[in-house]
Design a protein around this ligand. Structure first.
Ligand code: TMP
Ligand code: ASP
Length: 244
């Protein structure tokens, strides 16, 4: 039996896409897909590869909790239901090929590209747009590039940036209550029946979290930078996200 809360079974019918961290499956309902979270981990656009034990289970749990919280606070998301440990039932999206990165504290490529000292608290969040294209190494871009490439309209990019700012305003205090500093994070969006929805995932793969007391990195930087304790960091974030 595979009866879900939707009163009908929701089965994977066809593999639509296999990404670095997830598989995307079609279902019997053309409006719904299933995101299956894998344990595979990559960094620096596939140059570094590995696996993080139980990452898929952890990231599915964290993402479902966060998307539920955001949905309850007026953010339109693709989440329909958490089906099981690794599977998230979602509305199917026409993905907008823009990665929207929001930064509260300088880290990562902001430090490398602009010379900020790591840990500098930004007076105002910085929102950046990247072209979602692995062959081109996801280059930084602006609205004009997105429109010229036919990826989105100016109005759509404005909606993405507005949603990113609202999501940041919801996530920052929410993580602060859990003693985590939300350093930066990446979002993806897509179109569904004329509406722009938040898609993909929000997890330690796509965010930087620093412990509020010790400053310890509790995210994928532990894997990227070979810091060790990767699994422990992911499960610590999961614990704080699910316990409160
Ligand atoms: P960056 O400092 O490397 O540009 O990363 C900014 C944020 O975006 C960080 O929280 C990690 C996340 N991110 C992804 O989710 N996917 C990516 O491919 C990259 C480069 C960053
Ligand atoms: N998306 C990047 C990759 O697949 C990983 C990262 O640095 O987050 O290589």
């Amino acid at each position: 039996m595979n009866i879900t809360k939707h009163m009908q079974p929701m089965n994977k019918t066809q593999l639509l896409h296999e990404g670095k961290a997830k598989k995307v499956w079609a279902t019997e309902d053309p409006d719904l897909i299933i995101q299956e979270f894998k344990d595979d981990a990559t960094a620096f656009n596939n140059k570094k590869r590995g696996s993080i034990a139980d990452k898929g289970v952890t990231n599915n749990a964290i993402s479902c909790r966060l998307f539920t919280m955001l949905g309850e606070n007026g953010i339109p998301t693709h989440l329909v239901d958490k089906l099981n440990d690794r599977d998230m039932l979602c509305k199917s999206l026409d993905i907008i090929k823009v990665e929207v990165v929001t930064r509260n504290i300088a880290a990562g490529s902001l430090v490398r590209r602009y010379g900020f000292a790591e840990g500098t608290v930004l007076e105002k969040p910085i929102i950046e747009l990247y072209l979602k294209n692995d062959d081109l190494d996801d280059p930084l871009m602006n609205e004009d590039h997105a429109v010229a490439l036919g990826i989105a309209t100016y109005e759509e990019v404005a909606v993405l940036k507005e949603l990113a700012a609202k999501i940041n305003a919801l996530l920052k205090p929410w993580f602060a209550e859990r003693k985590l500093r939300l350093v930066d994070f990446k979002l993806e969006f897509g179109r569904h029946k004329g509406q722009i929805l938040l898609g993909d995932e929000i997890s330690p793969d796509t965010c930087r979290f620093w412990d509020a007391e010790t400053g310890e990195k509790l995210d994928k930087d532990r894997f990227r930078l070979d810091l060790g304790g990767v699994e422990d960091a992911y499960s610590e974030v999961k614990k704080r996200v699910l316990e409160l």
